[in-house]
Ligand binder design. Structure first.
Ligand code: AMP
Length: 435
């Protein structure tokens, strides 16, 4: 299938083609036509599947040419992290480059005043993390009563991060008649409940089997003693001449310490985690993307949703406590058709974590042994400390069966057909204007 078969207008197709995309990814192919028809969507898709364009493109088309004069917020995207909010906004700019659409990010950790100024000037699309948006709502800074499209991105992670009450409060501010799009990598009972309350007869889209890792990621486990992990990592980076490596640790402290040590080894490294200010996080990501730093050490929450194109190497310096996080971590590589490797340095303490991950994947991960780094059999396993990653309870498992609620994709929602058709018509006219 080609992009021009999805019903997108000429200016959006041009923006897509400027990006060098040739064919839509499965989530784009499945979601875009449904969204253009005005349906609610329940989509199972991880980062790396092209989901952002999957909702941004049709959202831009539905918004059409922005209203002149007063510009109410017409689309709201909620994301779990500031980084993801920034990336979604970047996508709105990228795909909306031939339209006069105004979008902004709203998140905490930075001054609220410039955000208020921007809101007051009028903005069509808001991409926000829940906490700061709720602050603006409570202070009467923002009016969401004209929102037509509401997107919950990475809903599972938002619930993990304890945002459910904030999300409910925000939803109360939205008009009843609106289009809702929910994206989640996993489907716990809580996500099902949220979806049942939020979505109106949604089209359900699942692009990859849940909790399965991208086929193109080559996964390897290197057994190594804890005290020698850093040395082995430095050697692997040097010997393999790896130029862009995302490394995961379980804790902020561990991320800082490793970054310091790698720098001492002469490998330019930065760390990104929730304990850093927004400015430092943005700079670390920018430098890494630009190739100024070779290694970025990240905790799970900070890395969630990071979009780094063609990232070739992911290293689990420490395995995560939550097996699903392994899937999210290695999803950073082999993105959108690229090849990649995911390497895990596993010490004796982490055997149970590895077993849990292999159970989730339903297969073993190939082990490789590096000469000179043989495991010292005299070392006894010690319990892995929990809690440093700043995470609450583990995610709700591999997902509840899809039994109730959503109808199969393909049938239109009766109440919104008219709206969808109307949109299609107006989209058609904006297409002719643009071409
Ligand atoms: P996402 O899952 O939205 O984070 O997107 C993952 C990556 O895939 C991003 O770097 C996008 O720029 C890229 N991408 C999105 N759509 C396509 C496409 N149709 N073809 C190639 N790359 C794409």
């Amino acid at each position: 299938m080609l992009f021009n078969e999805l019903g997108l207008s000429a200016d959006l197709l041009r923006a897509v083609s400027d990006q060098g995309y040739e064919t839509p990814t499965p989530i784009q192919r499945d979601a875009i036509p449904h969204i253009l028809e005005g349906h609610d969507i329940l989509a199972g898709a991880q980062t790396g599947t092209g989901k952002t364009a999957g909702f941004t493109l049709p959202m831009l088309q539905i918004l059409g040419d922005p209203l002149s004069g007063s510009r109410p917020v017409r689309a709201l995207v909620l994301t779990p992290t500031r980084e993801l909010a920034a990336q979604v906004n970047e996508s709105v700019h990228t795909y909306g480059k031939y339209r006069p659409v105004r979008s902004m990010e709203i998140y905490g950790g930075v001054s609220a005043r410039p955000q208020i100024t921007k809101i007051n000037r009028g903005v069509d699309v808001v991409i926000a993390t829940p906490g700061r948006l709720l602050d603006h709502i409570r202070q009467g800074n923002i009016d969401l009563s004209a929102v037509e499209i509401f997107v919950l991105d990475e809903a599972d992670r938002m619930l993990d991060m304890g945002f459910i009450r904030d999300i409910r409060q925000i939803i109360k501010q939205l008009p009843k008649e609106r289009q809702n799009l929910l994206f989640s990598a996993t489907f716990s009972k809580e996500i099902r409940e949220l979806a049942n309350n939020l979505l109106d007869n949604p089209a359900e889209i699942q692009v990859a089997a849940r909790n399965t890792t991208a086929d193109r990621v080559e996964q390897l486990v290197y057994p190594v003693d804890k005290a020698r992990k850093r040395e082995l990592l430095s050697e692997m980076i040097g010997r393999g001449n790896w130029q862009q490596v995302l490394v995961f640790t379980r804790t902020k402290h561990g991320a800082n310490r490793l970054a310091k040590q790698l720098n001492q080894d002469g490998i330019t490294t930065d760390a990104i985690h929730g304990g850093k200010g927004q400015g430092a996080r943005t700079k670390a990501l920018r430098d890494f993307k630009a190739g100024k730093t070779r290694v970025l050490v990240a905790t799970d929450i900070a890395a969630r949703g990071l979009d780094i194109q063609k990232l070739p190497h992911v290293v689990n310096f420490e395995l995560p406590h939550v097996p699903e996080d392994y899937v999210h971590r290695i999803g950073r590589t082999a993105r959108a058709g690229q090849d990649g490797t995911a390497v895990s340095l596993v010490c004796i303490d982490e055997q149970k974590l590895l077993k849990d991950i292999e159970q989730l994947l339903k297969r073993g991960i190939k082990k490789e042994f590096v000469p000179g780094y043989e495991v010292d059999k005299r070392i006894k396993a010690e319990p892995v400390q929990k809690g440093g990653a700043g995470r609450g309870k583990p995610r709700g498992g591999a997902g509840a069966p899809r039994s109730k609620g959503p109808r199969p994709a393909g049938r239109k929602r009766p109440g919104k057909n008219a709206r969808g058709a109307q949109r299609k018509r107006s989209n058609g006219s904006s297409r002719s204007r643009a071409s």
